[in-house]
Ligand binder design. Structure first.
Ligand SMILES: [Zn+2]
Length: 142
């Protein structure tokens, strides 16, 4: 089957919250906003290939672990950046400046982290199907 469109990679489709099966359809109904309202509304099925986004009831309960891991990883990165640019010392309160800045950053990024967590989570259960246009949807247990 020849494809005219360039195929998206795993990372770019996951980070932009696209359907893991076709890498074309959007998982979420609304564009990302800084307000919490409407950010987590998902399309029930992928608007492009029909892949259900909630594979079973409570499918996304496990995303708490993903967002926790993302939060920890981002905190490590901001600490390293802070350490290399501002520096850390036991003699002053620079560490607490980082704690405050990091907390503010994580709060601002929370809607994005929550969406990314779901996108990563579903990408572990739904495999990319290069022939999604012709293949039938696999049987789901939902
Ligand atoms: Zn799709």
């Amino acid at each position: 089957m020849p494809h005219t469109k360039a195929r998206r990679g795993y990372l770019s489709s996951t980070f932009t919250c696209l359907c893991p099966r076709c890498r074309e359809g959007k998982l979420f109904k609304n564009p990302l906003k800084l307000t919490y309202k409407g950010n987590m509304e998902m399309n029930r099925v992928c608007t492009v290939c029909g892949q259900p986004t909630e594979i079973e009831v409570g499918f996304y309960y496990g995303t708490g672990y993903v967002s926790y891991a993302l939060t920890v990883a981002m905190s490590v990165v901001t600490l390293l950046i802070f350490w290399m640019t501002v520096g850390l010392s036991a003699q002053d309160k620079r560490f607490f400046v980082w704690v405050g800045l990091n907390a503010a950053l994580l709060i601002i990024l929370q809607p994005w982290i929550m969406r990314l967590s779901r996108s990563i989570w579903i990408s572990w259960f739904v495999k990319y199907d290069p022939e999604w246009e012709t293949d039938l949807l696999p049987e789901t247990t939902a």
